[in-house]
Design a protein around this ligand. Structure first.
Ligand code: ZN
Length: 433
């Protein structure tokens, strides 16, 4: 039997304890979050899920506050008075969403977190979010999860595109619990209503990101701009708010100043439209050649993600410092990297068949770090370590097969179209030759 009341922090405690009674009081009549539920997803399939949070159903109560409704003697709060913010079990948090009671089937399957963790450990299952939180201590992770568990913006309107937001983003007060956020796609100013954006567009004179153009591929209409977090803090901050809607794992907004932002755009008669970006720390102390990477959702699966990765390595070659992307990567970021590394290395090996080569040769040719080369090749069993010797698979058929499994190859970076001067050269005269 289910008892009423719901709150995440109480999960896995025995129902009817003091805390739970407190929450029964806070959201009376709501479904109990201590039990798994079945939720009908967008494809109409029932999926095992958990309740994260609940709120009054706005279609019934409009903007009325829960406190006010609870006092109203004419209202009897029950399960369908609420909407539920749910998480699909074993799925990425980007799919979390608000659903109404009619998409939910309760179950009697009690959520015993301790038992689940022990079972996962026994089966060797690492929860996907564990990888995303790598490097964070337990408290930092808990704070982050608590503060970001519910997305507060449903979708964004960006130029001609609309997209659903995937995650919480820490916009300033006044920009939460809204259905849509409206972006100027050039200066990245954002608004809560269409009219405000329209007024802005009449005045906004920007037609490209506010920085130096470092790349221009006229044939494909691609251009890249370097924007300095120190010189254009507002633009970069707005970009980070936007990016956070689609990235779960990074504390993007603590500092903008130490970073350079590389913005990829497509050009048409109206201007330069942003497709995606990556950021790069000006300081190389930690050995990172890329910090954050995002292709906007309406431009994904077109090869731009790998183009951005490709560009980060071309910049590494120019500055003669071979780096690695900052961890943790998002799940999509990691996928793109593994596929990019594998294809780049296979391209090299295919060109070397019949000629001896070493892992150092691959590093020099691709600018990919040794640990990343090994990581990528081990995953597709193209490398074997015997004692201290490393052996590569050079079977043409296998190489071709794996290459094609890695999806669309990166859009090439034409080095003759790249006009870039490393940041640290400007401030470190000793290194300039
Ligand atoms: Zn603007």
């Amino acid at each position: 039997m289910q008892s009423k009341g719901a709150k995440k922090s109480l999960r896995a405690k025995i129902p009817n304890n003091t805390d739970l009674r407190k929450y029964e009081k806070e959201s009376p009549g709501a479904l109990n979050l201590n039990y798994f539920i079945e939720v009908k997803n967008k494809e109409g399939v029932w999926k095992k899920s958990k309740i994260i949070e609940c709120r009054l159903d706005r279609a019934i109560f409009g903007e009325r506050m829960l406190e006010d409704v609870k006092e109203d003697p004419d209202v009897k709060l029950q399960e369908d008075s609420y909407e539920y913010y749910i998480h699909y079990d074993h799925m990425n948090r980007r799919l979390d969403e608000w659903v109404k009671r009619d998409r939910i089937k309760p179950t009697s399957d009690f959520i015993d977190e301790k038992k689940i963790r022990a079972e996962n450990k026994r089966l060797g299952i690492v929860h996907s979010s564990d990888e995303e939180y790598e490097g964070l201590d337990k408290n930092a992770r808990k704070d982050h999860e608590e503060a970001t568990k519910v997305k507060t913006i449903t979708r964004i309107k960006f130029g001609e595109y609309t997209a659903e937001a995937w995650y919480y983003s820490p916009y300033p007060d006044g920009y939460h619990n809204i259905d849509c956020i409206y972006y100027c796609e050039y200066c990245l100013s954002y608004y809560v209503c269409k009219e405000e954006l329209r007024n802005h567009m009449e005045k906004c004179t920007l037609v490209h990101p506010p920085g130096n153009q470092i790349y221009k591929d006229d044939e494909r209409g691609l251009a890249m701009f370097e924007v300095d977090g120190y010189k254009n803090p507002t633009y970069c901050e707005n970009l980070c708010y936007l990016a956070k809607l689609f990235l779960d794992h990074k504390f993007l907004l603590y500092t903008i100043v130490p970073f350079l932002f590389y913005i990829l755009t497509i050009k048409d008669e109206n201007g330069y439209h942003i497709v995606g970006y990556f950021s790069k720390n000006k300081d190389f102390d930690q050995g990172y050649n890329l910090s954050c990477i995002l292709t906007l959702p309406f431009h994904q699966r077109k090869g731009y993600g790998k183009f951005l990765i490709n560009m980060s390595y071309e910049l590494s070659k120019i500055e003669k410092r071979f780096g690695t992307p900052e961890k943790p990567l998002s799940d999509l970021g990691r996928q793109s990297y593994l596929s990019f590394w594998t294809q780049k290395i296979i391209e090299y090996i295919q060109g070397m068949i019949g000629t001896p080569f070493t892992i150092e040769d691959i590093i020099q040719h691709t600018a990919i770090r040794e640990e990343d080369i090994v990581d990528a090749l081990e995953r597709v069993s193209l490398i074997k370590k015997v004692k201290n010797e490393v052996y590569f698979c050079t079977d043409k058929k296998i190489l071709k097969e794996i290459y094609s499994k890695m999806g669309r190859p990166a859009i090439p970076v034409n080095t003759e179209d790249l006009n870039w001067y490393p940041f640290f050269y400007k401030y470190n005269t000793n290194t300039v030759k």
